[in-house]
Write a protein that binds this ligand. Sequence first.
Ligand code: T6T
Length: 339
Amino acid sequence: MKRTPLAVLCVLALALAGCSSSKPDEETGPGADDATAASSQAAVDKASKNYNIQFVQGVQGDEFYITMQCGIEEEAKRLGVTVKTQGPTKFDPTLQKPIVDSVVSAKPDALLVAPTDVTAMQSPLNQAKAAGIKVVLVDTTVNDPSVAVSAIASDNVGGGKAAFEAIQKLAPQGGKVLVMSTDPGISTIDQRAKGFEDAVKTDSKYQYVGVQYSHNDPATAANLISAALQKDPDIVGVFALNLFSAEGTATGIRQAGKSGKIQVVGFDAGPNQVAALRAGTVQALIAQQPAEIGKFGLDAAVAALDGGKVTPKVQTGFTILTKDNIDGDGAKAVYKSNC
Ligand code: T6T
């Protein structure tokens, strides 16, 4: 069982070649690997059951959730179960809630879900639990995660801290740093911002100029960056909190003619983000392990249905991608556009 905090390892390795881990880490106690293995074994033993398992993504067309779906489908094949996937057209609780409501009213056996808002998605998930559905949180969470039998996610606070440490290495002289977010109220995004902000406070050479909300829209992120650079032309680093905010940040930086002059670290590793890394507009990407999140999520759901041992909380690792490792070890961390 790997116990060294991943973010620390990754940051130490960043200046050289990036870092990766595919092992789950559990926050709540020892034995996550063992427990996960036990869950998987229980799942395999009961694979002949014809469970109705549903997966509701945060949004359709996002390579992060596509890769998660690929991980779920691969594991589903291995376990001999089937999983139906659907998601809203935007990362928006007003679009996701009716989907979850309709899934819940059909009373499936289990629901894997990435809630789009910590508050708005609480009541639909309370109802799922009340209906006896085994809920598994994959990626994001809600205010009261006790609705779920298990929650699988990256170390998002650690990832935010790692992003700042990368900027410290890339812009050692210090200066102004900005966060490009999507919307407040999304657990993963808020945790990344917090990890970053708390880390910035520990180094007086850097000045945090705040967070911009791009509503998960790359064009909005590009416009916000352009406005931010007009206000603060001396920004030295930007941390973009997810795939779409990072894509837009890269576009805005390129359009401002600042490629390579401002250090950009983005969460996630979609194909467009990797293109921006190769082009030198983005200096580092923090790739999550969405396929593993999906795989562990399905293992937990099936174990819960089988009455087996379920790991309540699993933390997956990440890989820091740079120009130096993207064509080597890092290549396998890039997200997929289809399975
Ligand atoms: O960063 C991922 C996910 O972890 C987050 O919760 C929402 O945005 C993504 O899906 C990337 O677009």
